[in-house]
Design a protein. Structure first.
Length: 158
């Protein structure tokens, strides 16, 4: 069995926008995100501005993004947002790194980092039911399927 990749998470910076924009405009990446379509430049810039805003962490809607790197090379983005019921976690992997266990390694790092950042252990994830790989990734790490709402499955980890 191959050794899982070593992934580091660091706060997302404005200089990471181009890397994020490449993923957000790639239909392979956005297939299971939002309406399933690539994002336009305005949407990308709006989301990046919001991510860099640094709202107080106890505020519903506050988010923190993290750049995932493997030996300093960007491989993905981890997004976290405070919701009423916990911290929502999402992850985007650059297609050049698919099939190598990057998403799992990113999620493992997020499960350590995000509870420390927000001072809570309750994590949630919303997943398109057609995204079986993401559902497996979450359940292998202890997330439980709670409900189906607005076309997405809601997973929780306490």
């Amino acid at each position: 069995m191959p050794h899982p990749p070593s992934i580091d998470l660091r706060p997302f910076h404005e200089a990471d926008t181009e890397f994020f924009a490449d993923m957000a405009s790639d239909e392979r990446v956005t297939r299971f995100i939002g309406d399933g379509q690539p994002w336009d430049q305005q949407t990308i810039q709006t989301r990046v501005r919001a991510a860099l805003q640094q709202d107080p962490l106890d505020t519903v809607g506050a988010s923190r993004w993290f750049l995932a790197t493997e030996t300093t090379e960007p491989v993905g983005i981890v997004v976290s947002t405070r919701k009423e019921t916990g911290i929502e976690v999402g992850y985007w992997v650059s297609p050049e790194h698919w099939g190598r266990g990057i998403a799992g390694a990113m999620l493992d790092s997020a499960l350590t980092t995000i509870p420390e950042v927000y001072a809570t252990k309750t994590l949630i994830a919303r997943v398109d039911p057609a995204n079986a790989a993401s559902a497996r990734l979450l359940t292998r790490r202890g997330f439980q399927l709670e409900t189906h709402h607005e076309g997405l499955d809601l997973y929780t980890l306490d």
